[in-house]
Design a protein around this ligand. Structure first.
Ligand SMILES: [Zn+2]
Length: 214
């Protein structure tokens, strides 16, 4: 698609939103005019196939989001990056009671971690991927021999979510609110093919389906 065509499609969407969608939900947008009170901080990949409000069936104002390739949360350090600023704002200003770190199937960053040669010409991506290197190291250490490619990718995606949950806890604003029992951190994987979400059970480390009955 050419840039003009893309822009036209997006602008038409904006016009339709303003003419049809906004008036139908006017009270919600009126309420949000001067303040937000999100119910969760949702950290997920920049991948276009993940639409957090759609797949969690939440609305405007309900999810405060941080998105980046691979849904990574660098360990806290003096240099302030965008992720650190989002974390601090979510914790200390919005005081969200819940954080969900959500990986997904078919993630380009996870695939590049398994095959670093594919990111040879992407120096910035390679630098960024360092924040997930421990997950790959753990996969290489722990995965039984003979595990197929698809299964390795699935395991790495889960291990990365677990690693980012730990990284998140190194941020002082998170640590203090965790200690006070004011926030919970959950780790999910969204399955693009089936539309299902899988949540890590903190006891067993296994992932089970979100919202499954029984
Ligand atoms: Zn991704």
């Amino acid at each position: 698609m050419k840039s003009q065509e893309a822009l036209q499609r997006i602008c038409q969407g904006v016009a339709r939103f303003r003419a049809e969608v906004y008036p139908a939900q006017r009270s919600i947008f009126e309420r949000l005019k001067h303040r937000q009170e999100p119910i969760a901080f949702f950290i997920t990949c920049a991948d276009s196939r993940i639409v957090p409000n759609l797949f969690t069936q939440t609305g405007p104002g309900e999810l405060f989001a941080e998105r980046n390739p691979g849904n990574l949360v660098p360990i806290h350090e003096p240099f302030v990056g965008g992720v650190s600023a989002s974390v601090e704002y979510a914790m200390l200003v919005l005081k969200v009671p819940l954080v969900i770190i959500c990986g997904h199937t078919d993630c380009g960053v996870m695939k590049a971690l398994l095959h670093p040669e594919t990111a040879r010409d992407l120096p910035d991506v390679r630098q960024w991927m360092r924040h997930a290197a421990q997950a790959r190291d753990r996969l290489l250490r722990e995965s039984p021999p003979g595990v197929g490619e698809e299964e390795r990718l699935r395991l790495l995606t889960q291990l990365n979510v677990l690693l980012q949950m730990e990284n998140l806890k190194t941020h002082p604003s998170v640590a203090s609110r965790l200690a006070a029992g004011e926030v919970e951190i959950h780790g999910w994987v969204y399955d693009i093919a089936s539309g299902s979400g899988w949540e890590c059970d903190p006891q067993s480390g296994e992932f089970k389906e979100v919202g499954a009955s029984g």
